[in-house]
Design a protein around this ligand. Structure first.
Ligand code: G1P
Length: 285
């Protein structure tokens, strides 16, 4: 079974400017934890314990966050703050992380390709930090189950309003079961009038090692970027891509209101915040 996961985290975070001038968007918090932690926790829960984090200039806060912090730990220990100490250590033990740098921002496909040497030839997972999914079974685990059955590539699908197709990779194909599609064609960010369906890719993928060779030969596509969707379309034409309508609730934390919604959802889910959050919501409703 695939054990390694790539988490692209090199983007500029333009939808969050100006805060992302100085703070990586992946480090923006949902309550007391950065977005990136929720994504890594999903991967780890599904058994993807080796994480390849694709970063870029100005993103070192992420590496610090997942590292040990001896001085902070000593201070908390001396002050007898054992619960906080436990939290700080828990984060540093969450996963085995290696980082690679994407030296130029040339698109998602290019970011995934930056992880090639760290992954090798085996199938691997990709989780995008802008999509946070609350699910009983981790969404990437739902995809891994399908992959174990079918091989090839597997992507997470969500039905979106037609007006939104321009924001996503869109899949067309035939349903093999109520929640599984054999994908025949994929197109990145089509206009609503030409989108072949409204089934869009959200940021979870299981990919075969072969994808790297395809990415090396993929020319720039939508937005002048090297698109992962275009590389996957090569596999889709061969019938080697499945789409899964996963069970779970997805939040787009790549924009401020989406992050606010994810924060409210998480606050209502966490016992220590739920009551206070309900009172706040009532006050502003
Ligand atoms: C990327 C992918 C797109 C996918 C989306 C999911 O786009 O290129 O195919 O639908 O993530 O969030 P981005 O949001 O990085 O522009």
């Amino acid at each position: 079974m695939a054990r390694k996961a790539v988490v692209p985290a090199a983007g500029l975070g333009t939808r969050f400017l100006p805060v992302t001038k100085a703070v990586p968007k992946e480090m923006l918090p949902i309550l007391d934890r950065p977005c990136i932690e929720y994504v890594l926790a999903e991967a780890v829960e599904a058994g993807f314990t080796d994480i390849v984090l694709v970063t870029s200039r100005g993103k070192s806060a992420m590496e610090d966050y997942f590292d040990r912090s001896p001085a902070l730990e000593a201070t908390l220990e001396a002050a007898g703050k054992s619960a906080l100490l436990g939290e700080v250590r828990r984060v540093a033990r969450l996963a085995t992380i290696v980082t690679v740098r994407q030296q130029e921002q040339k698109g998602l496909g290019h970011a995934v390709l930056a992880a090639a040497a760290a992954i090798g030839d085996e199938p691997f997972a990709v989780l995008l930090g802008d999509d946070i999914i609350d699910a009983r079974v981790p969404a990437i685990g739902q995809l891994a189950r399908v992959h174990a059955e079918t091989g090839g590539a597997v992507v997470a699908l969500l039905d979106v309003p037609r007006a939104d197709t321009r924001k996503y990779g869109i899949c067309a194909g035939e349903m093999e079961s109520p929640n599984r599609m054999r994908v025949h064609a994929m197109v990145e960010k089509p206009a609503p009038e030409v989108a072949p369906s409204t089934l869009s890719i959200v940021g979870r993928y299981i990919l075969p090692g072969e994808i790297f060779e395809i990415l090396r030969n993929t020319p720039p596509g939508a937005g002048g970027e090297i698109q992962l969707t275009d590389a996957l379309a090569v596999l889709a034409a061969r019938g080697e891509v499945r789409g899964v309508l996963f069970e779970g609730r997805r939040f787009d934390t790549g924009n401020p209101l989406g992050l606010l919604e994810a924060t409210l959802h998480e606050a209502l889910r966490r016992p220590e915040y739920a009551e206070g959050a309900r009172a706040l919501i009532a006050r502003y409703a």
